[in-house]
Design a protein around this ligand. Structure first.
Ligand SMILES: CC(=O)N[C@H]1[C@@H](OP(=O)(O)OP(=O)(O)OC[C@H]2O[C@@H](n3ccc(=O)[nH]c3=O)[C@H](O)[C@@H]2O)O[C@H](CO)[C@@H](O)[C@@H]1O
Ligand SMILES: C=C(OP(=O)(O)O)C(=O)O
Length: 420
């Protein structure tokens, strides 16, 4: 298992290219199941979650062509020959559940392994299943699989989501594109990644109104067709590197980053002492003075994203004063706390809130990654700490961040991947 060796204490300066958003690419690749015509995707990040989605689509009969001259372009196409999403692939990546809606809509059946929980929470998929049932699917759970059937096709319906779910909204929007009649989704998630999915579906011929709002109207069509789409920049990768500039007292240009997608992350970075400015081709993140403690609550977009919580906690661990982070989305997303504390942070967890008392400096230690964003919070701590930090289990990180060591080294960090 690979590890990172980080020698901290150097301010990061320079430019980092922000890649395409993982959480937009995954549902958009699943949307490739909605047509047999070619879907050309540009700005696709080179990360292991995308490889996993390629394997899953291949399992369903979809070919995924890579373009060696354009390593961030994928072309999807072909007929669905198999409707089973097996446990061994779904267990690697929960977003595999996103093939359920498209398979049902296109061929009227799907058998998808239940994803189960993961390090950050139990993460049920009941809203996905109830929504698809409302569209007319018959769903049974057997032997750990969702067995879904809609032999006569899906039918548009009004669905009121009891709370906001990104994945359920995506599954239902995709399913509704080929349903008969109109589907209305009330209290839909409105993350930029959902807007990107909808933009792509519209290019494929879908009829969707309400883009960017929590109220979507989808008029089903008979079929979708070929399209070319470029994935939006990853706002979480962008926010993560902005935290790297902040925690090291550096100055980074985040090429391709979009302020409009950062939303409350930009405001809270500013309040914490990291200046964020939109430039012509990206965002500049620069620490201008001391870091200050700020209080944060994770919420659905446009609120503060749970996917930035761990990285912000690392930043606040060396800020002046106290801060409180409340995690309202996932019940177990503080696994990085004991590891940060082993590096000298002073963080106490009380239920869904963590109190962070800022310390003057962190010290290097061997630490272990527990999930994707927790991994990066430990890299941030390692970049700020004195001495050598060794971060193990970085396969979590490789799920969602492309070429981390290259991007950071280019800006003056000392970080090395140790293969073992
Ligand atoms: C691939 C992808 O895009 N992943 C993102 C997506 O995950 P994901 O789509 O899994 O997250 P959801 O928005 O669905 O989850 C939000 C909350 O709702 C709960 N829930 C969800 C569905 C359901 O059927 N029942 C239920 O109870 C979840 O357990 C969680 O507590 O949004 C999360 C919240 O912004 C992000 O952290 C993930 O990075
Ligand atoms: C939690 C995340 O991803 P996933 O939903 O794929 O586990 C994430 O991107 O931080």
């Amino acid at each position: 298992m690979d590890r990172f060796l980080i020698r901290g204490g150097r301010p990061l300066k320079g430019q980092i290219e922000i890649g395409g958003a993982k959480n937009a690419t995954l549902p958009i690749m699943a949307a490739g199941l909605l047509t047999s015509e070619k879907l050309v995707l540009k700005n696709v990040p080179k990360i292991t979650d995308i490889q996993t989605m390629c394997s899953l689509l291949a399992q369903h009969g979809i070919t995924v062509e890579k373009d060696h001259n354009h390593p961030h372009t994928l072309t999807l196409g072909g007929e669905i020959t198999n409707t089973e999403a097996p446990y061994d692939i779904v267990a690697k990546m929960r977003a595999s559940i996103l093939v359920l809606g498209p398979l049902l809509a296109r061929v009227g059946k799907a058998r998808v392994s239940l994803p189960g929980g993961c390090a950050i929470g139990t993460r049920p998929v009941d809203l996905h299943l109830k929504g698809l049932e409302a569209l007319g699917a018959k769903i049974n759970l057997d032997n750990g699989y969702v067995d879904a059937q809609a032999p006569k096709g899906l039918k548009g319906e009004r669905i009121v989501m009891p709370f906001v779910s990104v994945g359920a909204t995506e599954n239902l929007v995709m399913a509704a594109t080929l349903a008969k009649g109109v589907t209305e989704i009330v209290n839909a998630a409105r993350e930029p990644e959902i807007e990107d999915l909808i933009e792509c579906l519209i290019k494929m011929g879908a009829k969707i109104k309400g883009i960017g709002t929590d109220h979507l109207l989808i008029e089903g069509v008979d079929q979708l067709h070929k399209a070319t789409h470029s994935i939006i920049p990853d706002r979480i990768e962008c926010g993560t590197y902005a935290c790297a500039a902040g925690i090291t007292g550096g100055n980074l240009k985040l090429v391709g980053g979009k302020l409009e997608h950062l939303g409350s992350v930009a405001r809270l970075l500013e309040e914490a002492g990291v200046e964020i400015t939109q430039e012509k081709d990206g965002i500049r993140a620069q620490r201008t003075g001391a870091l200050r403690g700020v209080d944060i609550m994770t919420e659905p977009y446009p609120g503060f994203p749970t996917d930035m919580q761990a990285q912000f906690m690392a930043l606040l661990s060396v800020a002046e004063g106290a801060a409180m982070i409340t995690e309202s989305i996932f019940e177990n997303r503080f696994m990085h706390v004991p590891e940060l504390n082993r590096m000298g942070a002073r963080i106490n967890v009380h239920g869904s809130s963590a109190i962070i008392r800022g310390v003057h400096s962190l010290s290097a230690a061997p630490v272990m990654a527990t999930d994707l964003r927790a991994s990066f919070s430990l890299i941030l701590a390692g970049l700020a700490a004195n001495g050598e930090t060794v971060l193990s289990r970085i396969y979590h990180l490789d799920r969602g961040y492309e070429a981390v060591e290259k991007k950071l080294s280019h800006c003056g960090a000392q970080i090395e991947r140790i293969h073992s």
